[in-house]
Design a protein around this ligand. Structure first.
Ligand code: V47
Ligand code: SF4
Length: 384
């Protein structure tokens, strides 16, 4: 299909971008140079229309969410990422928290009888919480609730754990998988390019190290997500470099489920001097990543970070997944200045938000199996 015949595009007349629109409508992958052109010249309307075309081709009106909660074992961390408002150094650990295995299992037990399908476990890199600790934690969670999907540990936490235990990535992942680990979340990716990574996350796992852990997990049959922390000191070229590395890896393994752009929030951290991106920039980021990452099945807006109103808007800019109910169980974003100070949404609220955007709310499990279609249910029917 030619762009000039395409609904919504002809009126925009961004002539040098027309070949990109033609590619998108023909299902052809765009190049890095074309992605840069979109970042530099693509208007909100133009990029949004293309991203929405892809979103509707892949998923129609379906918008996924899941019913999950987070466990953050600790915010004590050996690293000092400049954007992080959440962590406390070991020397200052009395300002932070450290949960025991029993406390975390009790948290899991507090969801007994509730229709939760996933627990997401991530936190700081605590020097005393090692492989044995986390293996015991996962085993106890699975013993208590075998059907609960355990999505746990960023590649940053895993890299530190494996190095301390003197294990290769493969051996470490095999041991955690045997304990019950089922998939990896996408955190810790930040920006892979060393020019930026060395300034904002100098001492933790490199971009190559992050990619290697995810590649190894995919080879062992685990799925994972990928994030990109944007809107700070990086340039468009760094964002594209990051997404190219993810696209290449996905071509090799097919193991990524979801891409999650994370908007930099600037409160209470060492980068508070950097202004936050505008809503228009956020929506363009979603749209261009939807266009560029043609081999990623899903694009997620993480509402506790973006805010629920903007997450709703993102459903017209390529996003087809709005994460989960979360249940006030994460502090990463409230501490960094997100307007979501108590990140809890009931199923009714999530469904309402999706329906208001004229999309079809579908509950999924972690691996995107469809569990419940909420489009015909009234609010009275929904059991939160
Ligand atoms: O890696 C920390 C980010 C990430 C700030 O896989 C910040 O389903 C913005 O990755 N401003 C952890 N971002 C959270 C994460 C995640 C969240 C939800 C779902 C999934 C998933 C993954 O949070 C960190 C870092 O990139 N982060 N501080 C900040 N000030
Ligand atoms: Fe530690 Fe993660 Fe914060 Fe970096 S972003 S300081 S690794 S908790």
């Amino acid at each position: 299909m030619n762009a000039s015949n395409s609904v919504g595009i002809s009126a925009i007349s961004e002539t040098d971008l027309t070949p990109i629109a033609d590619k998108v409508y023909a299902g052809v992958r765009i190049s890095d140079e074309e992605a840069l052109l979109l970042f530099e010249k693509g208007s909100l309307g133009f990029t949004g229309a293309l991203a929405n075309f892809i979103r509707e081709k892949k998923h129609g009106n379906t918008t996924y969410f899941n019913r999950n909660f987070h466990i953050e074992p600790t915010n004590v961390c050996v690293f000092s990422c400049t954007f992080c408002a959440y962590s406390r150094l070991y020397a200052n650990r009395e300002e932070g928290w450290e949960l025991s295995i029993n406390q975390m299992v009790d948290l899991v037990k507090s969801y007994d009888g509730k229709p939760i399908t996933e627990v997401h476990i991530v936190g700081g890199v605590h020097p005393k919480m090692n492989m044995a600790y986390f293996i015991e934690l996962i085993q106890k969670i699975k013993a208590h609730r075998p059907g609960l999907h355990v999505k746990a540990f960023t590649a940053v936490e895993l890299d530190y754990m494996f190095r301390k235990a003197k294990l290769s990535n493969e051996e470490g992942l095999r041991q955690l998988q045997a304990a019950g680990l089922e998939s990896l979340p996408g955190g810790g990716a930040e920006i892979f390019h060393p020019d930026i990574r060395n300034q904002i996350a100098a001492d933790k796992v490199s971009g190559e190290g992050w990619l290697n852990i995810h590649e190894t997990a995919h080879k062992l049959g685990m799925h994972s997500n990928a994030t990109l922390l944007y809107g700070h000191i990086e340039s468009f070229v760094h964002r594209i470099d990051h997404m190219r590395k993810l696209r290449d890896l996905q071509d090799r393994t097919g193991g990524f489920n979801t891409f999650i752009p994370l908007k930099f929030r600037n409160e209470n951290n060492d980068m508070s001097y950097v202004p936050e991106s505008s809503v228009a920039e956020d929506m363009r980021m979603y749209a261009i990543s939807r266009i560029y990452l043609d081999n990623f099945p899903h694009l997620k807006a993480y509402w506790p970070m973006l805010g629920r109103q903007h997450a709703q808007l993102s459903l017209s800019f390529g996003v087809n997944d709005i994460d989960g109910t979360i249940d006030d169980s994460t502090k990463i974003y409230s501490m960094a200045g997100s307007e979501e100070q108590t990140p809890t949404m009931t199923t009714t609220e999530l469904v309402r938000l999706i329906k208001q955007a004229k999309r079809r709310p579908v509950e999924r499990d972690t691996l995107y199996n469809e569990l419940n279609d909420f489009s015909e249910l009234t609010e009275m029917d929904i059991l939160n």
